[in-house]
Design a protein around this ligand. Structure first.
Ligand code: PEP
Length: 251
């Protein structure tokens, strides 16, 4: 049985004060929640939000990470720095990193391996653009991102990997994939994971859906056989929109 995992990606929003306020509201509202929940504030707010979350059941996530342990990498944040401020999960390969900051599969794979070596959980994001979908390339694109992103991993390391399928055309646009279409891609992802690792590993892995998830569509998405959670952007920025998503079974 796969335990639902709902994650909030705050992107480049929230000052420290705003982040602490929101984290405090979520910790209170979700105190008795049994699902796995994570929030990923911006780097500058991680230490302060850790103080708020440390006795809660909400995990602290980071939105990105540098590809090497330390060194002359101006502007980067290392895995050790993330661990130092209480981070336990890192989002890697988000489409905004891939498309705006031109991160490629090889770089993302270096980060995935480094994060796992340092015992962080990884949410690896994959997803096609609208053009790629229209050209019939969606499955190819997702398969390459998966195979390359997970290159060199041992089967047992997959216990700490979550896949987020986020069609780029659905992120921050208000457009959501039809639950059936999303489920089809999730099932394809599971098939690829089964071939590359093992059927047992593939069956146990959490595959989140991301792309304009909100209170109004979350339940239908989560009811699909292969959708095990959500990576939520815009709607994770307010307690009144994020809490009902986490509590989708009460909607
Ligand atoms: C995201 O940032 O991963 C995301 C899915 O954003 P939104 O929910 O705003 O589409």
């Amino acid at each position: 049985m796969r335990k639902p995992f709902i994650a909030g990606n705050w992107k480049m929003y929230k000052t420290i004060k705003e982040a602490v306020e929101l984290a405090g509201s979520l910790a209170g509202a979700l105190a008795s929640e049994k699902k796995k929940v994570m929030i990923a504030p911006p780097f500058t707010a991680l230490a302060a939000v850790h103080e708020v979350l440390k006795d809660s059941n909400i995990l602290l996530g980071a939105q990105n990470m540098g590809p090497v342990e330390e060194g002359a990498h101006t502007g980067e944040i290392s895995v050790k720095m993330l661990k130092d401020v209480g981070v336990s999960v890192v989002i890697l390969g988000h489409s905004e990193r891939r498309h705006v900051y031109k991160e490629h599969d090889h770089l993302i794979n270096e980060k995935v391996k480094l994060a796992l070596l340092n015992r962080l959980e990884v949410i690896l994001c994959v997803g096609e653009t609208l053009k790629e979908r229209e050209d019939g390339l969606a499955e190819n694109v997702v398969e390459n991102q998966l195979i390359n992103g997970l290159d060199g991993l041992q089967q047992k390391q997959l216990d700490s990997v979550i896949i987020a399928y986020e069609p780029v055309w659905a992120i921050g646009t208000g457009k959501t994939a039809m639950p059936e279409d999303a489920d089809k891609m999730h099932s394809y992802i599971r098939k690829i994971l089964g071939k590359r690792f093992s059927k047992k590993t593939a069956e146990s892995m959490i595959i989140q859906y991301g792309g304009s998830v909100k209170q109004g569509n979350v339940r239908e998405l989560m009811n699909m056989e292969n959708i095990d959670g959500a990576l939520v952007g815009g709607a994770s920025l307010k307690a009144e929109t994020f809490v009902p998503i986490v509590q989708f079974d009460k909607n």
